[in-house]
Design a protein around this ligand. Structure first.
Ligand code: 5BU
Length: 480
């Protein structure tokens, strides 16, 4: 980089750092990113909006970073909404390039419901501008909308590339070349050289950025199922998924007990009995009669879970719009406080996950997306399941895996969890369809079984738990 550009970059980064737009967290105090992933590095260029001169300078650097050479240029420019529109606008004004606007959401009223509304000729080559790229998901959304509207997109530019896989994904999967003014490592270097951060912090954040590529390889070099739970834990960023994989290894159990009993007191008694043999307990908090409901009992369950090293999965099956889900998760039964992870349908779109990420705050939380169901005649189609997988991939920092009937994804970070399991297969009451642990784990290559009535209706729930645990874990071992 030329000396003048470097000095301009240095001056911008130092001002961003001093204004709190670039922040770093010590171990254990990580920030939650938009995708739900935790990170010790936080880059938010929105504060540049407060300083027109600085914004103009940053836009100038972006423009220089994406020059095509040979006097070639772009026909127009589009900023990823909302954060990068101001940089696209500054470049548009400085270089007389038509500005294309992409809406964050399709318009619900008026003549046009299009995401991109422009009367520029089809085939115009549009440069996409973003402020910070991590996994590249937001750039991809804008590229896809522009292409759907008839634009050609070959190049994108960002101020900071966090070097967490976005550039590679854009190049290999979308044929878009991403240029950047600087990388996450360069930000660290410049701040370190200017005595803003210590060597320890620089090394810690650098290590995190290098180890946390947000894009798990499309085809992992080793088949996911050949990796054991412990190996997969190392490839998993979400703290709950990591914990579950580690618990399964430590306790030799891939059994979740679905405690669909009549009262929280019974649930607590059973949890203490079966606790040593399960990796998680699954609750349906809204099945308990309101008049008997005591929230303190659920906090007692939290203590038992911590003592006996199992997780709590609340089978909330959230399915509403983000706002409502946020209230159900945070206010309704205070689920966000005691459940490590929850289930959610993806039918209403990714807003559900974004609501859960927001509701989780700084807690280590995750969700499982319901990709398939066990009930007879359910309406889940293959196309729907594929749509769920896509949403999960775009939010892999928060989505720990799937409720499903079989293995759906080869990505080792996603845990496959299957309900509708009994030692004797067949039809249960009210349309439930049962498979055996062997069928689920060995033939269908799921990872974890959920067993409810097979345990709590058994004469000896502890003996039944041990039988399910041994059957499911033996099936898992057979596959390795
Ligand atoms: P069972 O008693 O083992 O049949 O209980 C299964 C549990 O799993 C029960 O709480 C269901 O609500 C839950 N479940 C399911 O059975 N099938 C599904 O597709 C989903 C959840 Br999603």
């Amino acid at each position: 980089m030329a000396a003048t550009l470097l000095s301009s970059l240095r001056s911008i980064l130092l001002q961003l750092f001093d204004s709190g737009a670039i922040k770093f967290a010590d171990p254990g105090q990580e920030f939650t990113l938009k995708s739900g992933a935790k990170s010790p590095a936080y880059f938010n260029l929105r504060t540049l909006n407060n300083n027109a001169k600085l914004r103009e300078e940053a836009s100038g650097l972006m423009w220089q970073a994406c020059q095509l050479g040979d006097n070639a240029t772009y026909d127009c420019i589009c900023g990823v909404p909302l954060g990068a529109i101001c940089y696209a606008d500054a470049i548009s004004l400085a270089h007389d390039l038509p500005l294309v606007l992409k809406r964050p959401f399709a318009k619900q009223h008026g003549v046009s419901k299009k995401l991109v509304d422009s009367d520029l000729p089809k085939g115009s080559n549009c440069l996409v501008v973003e402020d910070v790229v991590t996994s590249g998901t937001s750039v991809i959304e804008t590229v896809t909308a522009l292409r759907d509207a008839g634009f050609v997109v070959t190049h994108a530019v960002t101020f900071i590339d966090r070097e967490q896989g976005g550039k590679e994904r854009l190049g290999t999967e979308y044929n878009v070349h991403l240029s950047s003014v600087c990388t996450g490592s360069q930000v660290l270097d410049i701040l370190y050289q200017n005595n803003k951060i210590s060597t320890e912090l620089k090394d810690y954040v650098q290590q995190y950025l290098s180890a946390n590529n947000m894009i798990v390889a499309k085809e992992p070099p080793v088949q996911a199922k050949q990796l054991n739970f412990q190996e997969r834990a190392l490839l998993t960023a979400n703290p709950v998924a990591k914990k579950l994989l580690n618990i399964m290894t430590q306790k030799s159990t891939n059994l979740i007990f679905s405690a669909d009993v009549d009262s929280l007191d019974t649930l607590l008694d059973l949890a203490s009995i079966v606790g040593p043999h399960i990796c998680a307990i699954k609750t349906h908090i809204n099945t308990f009669a309101v008049e008997n409901f005591k929230l303190d009992l659920i906090y007692k369950l939290r203590n038992v879970a911590d003592e006996q090293n199992f997780l709590i999965l609340e089978d909330s099956k959230f399915a509403d719009i983000g706002n409502t889900v946020y209230k159900q998760y945070v206010d309704g039964y205070h689920i966000c406080e005691w459940a490590d992870f929850v289930t959610a349908h993806a039918v209403s779109g990714p807003g559900v996950i974004e609501a859960l990420v927001k509701g989780s705050g700084n807690r280590d939380r995750a969700c499982l997306l319901i990709a398939q169901m066990s009930s007879d005649g359910n309406l889940v189609s293959e196309a729907y399941t594929n749509g769920v997988l896509k949403i999960a991939e775009d939010h892999s920092g928060f989505v720990a895996g799937f409720i499903c009937r079989q293995k759906l994804s080869s990505k080792p970070n996603f845990i496959h969890i299957t309900p509708g399991v009994k030692l004797a297969a067949g039809m249960g009451t009210l349309g439930q369809q049962y498979l055996t642990p062997d069928e689920v784990i060995k033939n269908r290559q799921s990872d974890v079984v959920i067993v409810g009535s097979g345990i709590y209706q058994a004469e000896d729930p502890l003996a039944a738990t041990i039988a399910y645990k041994e059957a499911a874990f033996a099936a898992y071992n057979d596959l390795l």
